[in-house]
Design a protein around this ligand. Structure first.
Ligand code: DQA
Length: 147
């Protein structure tokens, strides 16, 4: 089974960007963690990051018929993008939303998530380990769907 792991704007700056909020791990570290989790779970992953809302929307659309589920950290687009939410609604796949930080403990504008309106589940505040947890849960959801 293929799981898409999609990352939104500024996550390429992980490790340098506000390390007190997001930690010192880089996006390469996140990708490695996901690759390890995938191997353990016997699933394939397609790991990507973009700074562009349009590209992220296109990548979500491409998941239709190709992936079994989407793990997504939409970054700032979480709080702004109806287009991303609509794209996620269009693909008919389980979606797990991940945030490194606990968005509910931060500024008011981060409390609202368009993606949460459609996501199967949400993991936030656990740092990069949230990605591994999301992949474990997604592999489980996919198995459930197959049986
Ligand atoms: C984030 C939280 C968002 O509010 C923020 O815009 C990000 C990262 C997180 O992983 O904690 O870019 O999605």
């Amino acid at each position: 089974s293929l799981i898409a792991v999609l990352n939104g704007p500024n996550l390429n700056m992980l490790g340098l960007r506000q390390p007190e909020v997001y930690g010192r791990a880089t996006l390469d570290d996140v990708e490695q963690l996901c690759a390890q989790a995938a191997e353990r779970l016997d699933v394939a992953i397609d790991f990507r990051q973009t700074n562009s809302e349009g590209e992220l929307v296109s990548w979500v659309q491409e998941c239709r018929g190709r992936a079994k589920g989407i793990v997504i950290n939409p970054a700032a687009l979480t709080h702004t993008s109806v287009a991303l939410m609509d794209a996620l609604l269009s693909v008919d796949l389980p979606v797990i939303e991940v945030h490194l930080s606990n968005i509910h403990r931060r500024e008011e504008f981060r409390h609202y998530s368009y993606v949460s309106l459609m996501a199967t589940g949400v993991i936030c505040g656990l740092g990069i380990r949230g990605y591994a947890l999301a992949l474990t849960a997604m592999a489980d959801l996919i198995l459930d769907e197959e049986n």
